[in-house]
Design a protein around this ligand. Sequence first.
Ligand SMILES: *[C@@H]1O[C@H](CO)[C@@H](O)[C@H](O)[C@H]1NC(C)=O
Ligand SMILES: [Mn+2]
Length: 515
Amino acid sequence: MCVLFCMYLLLFCIVCMPVKHAFFWKDGVSLHEIKRMKSGAFFLLLLCLNLVCFGVIATGPPTCPADHITECSGSDSGEWEGEFFPGIPKIKYEGPSSKNPLAFKWYNANEEILGKKMKDWLRFSVAFWHTFRGTGADPFGAPTKLWPWEDGTNSLAMAKRRMRANFEFINKLGVDRWCFHDRDIAPDGKTLEEANANLDEVVELAKELQGSKIRPLWGTAQLFLHPRYMHGAATSSEVGVYAYAASQVKKAMEVTHYLGGENFVFWGGREGYQTLLNTDMERELNHLARFLEAAVAYKKKIGFNGILLIEPKPQEPTKHQYDWDAATTAGFLRKYNLSGEFKLNIECNHATLSGHSCHHELETARINGLLGNIDANTGDPQIGWDTDQFLTDIGEATMVMLSVVRNGGLAPGGFNFDAKLRRESTDVEDLFIAHITGMDTLARGLRNVAKLIEDGSLAELVRKRYESFDTEIGAQIEAGKADFEFLETKAMEWGEPKVPSAKQELAEMVFQSAL
Ligand SMILES: *[C@@H]1O[C@H](CO)[C@@H](O)[C@H](O)[C@H]1NC(C)=O
Ligand SMILES: [Mn+2]
């Protein structure tokens, strides 16, 4: 800051000199003109000041992306003095009438709703990659988030400083969980050994900072950033890449276990294809299944009892990702007899990319016994890609919570905020505001579900809709004891069936009344 200010002063003087000469020491001008020019010059000076200030900030050190190599390491990363989020208090519940942006209006951690504390229904988690490695860079523009603690490097010292910021953030937000990729929390290395050593060093600090209360909701291996993964990881055409990916998952699973993580996630970042003309899809899927089987075996070997989760996504970055959606992934798991060993991590934005609603994906996972975790985010209704925004739609949150309540909760899974600030949101406090509003939205969803359940008319509407099956013959059909000949006899006996209304608008009216 001091350096910035000195540069500012220096540039101020340099810029002012020629301006002064041009305006004040011209020959043959009247006093009146000079006065007018003086105010003009003053305005110009202010303009220059702003330009200089902008220039200094714009050319400042960029936040270093979670690069595969430590190419922007080098400068010093000394110990950080004081708090990372000074002036931001521990976030408290103040109720719906509060106007304080740094307070919860709906999420009241210890309040009981439907027989469980809100914090136990919701099990919130902060995603390290979005919150601490998100830079605001996009394919058209440079990073916009120049967090004060970032020194522009991807050094080990910077990784540790960032980890301290992470835990101050988590503690002030009042959540008990966090999620990470191996390569987000620690710099990669020139060799696997070096990368593992870097990871160990940062994990040791994370373990200390977690204290007795905070644990990873899940860990995962980042198998998509490094160029070696361009053809995929477990589905790469190159056997060396398959082995490298296996080693990375092995290590990431070990550190997740060491940190007390409750789950481990597989998002097949580049497990998919660009064209079937050069792809042996059957062979690639077989490889993926072998990879996951080996992960199950290793989990058991090291005594890691966490749940293994697969996160479906239809496309991006590949044209066609193998874990397209919940139904596709359920089919894959069944084909390879892996359904007993895996559950799904449903991301709402991925759901909409696959042409489904988040609620559809959650219900598909739930009725297949596969609902394990939720990546709580949302897409944009007009934008067709993965925008990873914080969920703020109360209707959608209510739908999401309907599935969660029907599932009896998500534990040992939870809600991971796989969501990032918009590129244009650049204040440190925006990180808090975004999480608070995301948490409040889901808390509101939960409260609404409680209202719907208490009211009972939606459940009654559904019950009535299917009541013709609550008969002796309906029971026979559901028990698989009604063959076609028997059904034909019945159809002839009954004649043309009377078909009642589906009452969709009534269902929507009831739903709406709970929001
Ligand atoms: C399928 O997996 C289960 C464990 O989840 C195992 O007990 C069973 O033997 C497997 N079946 C086959 C056919 O491999
Ligand atoms: Mn996403």
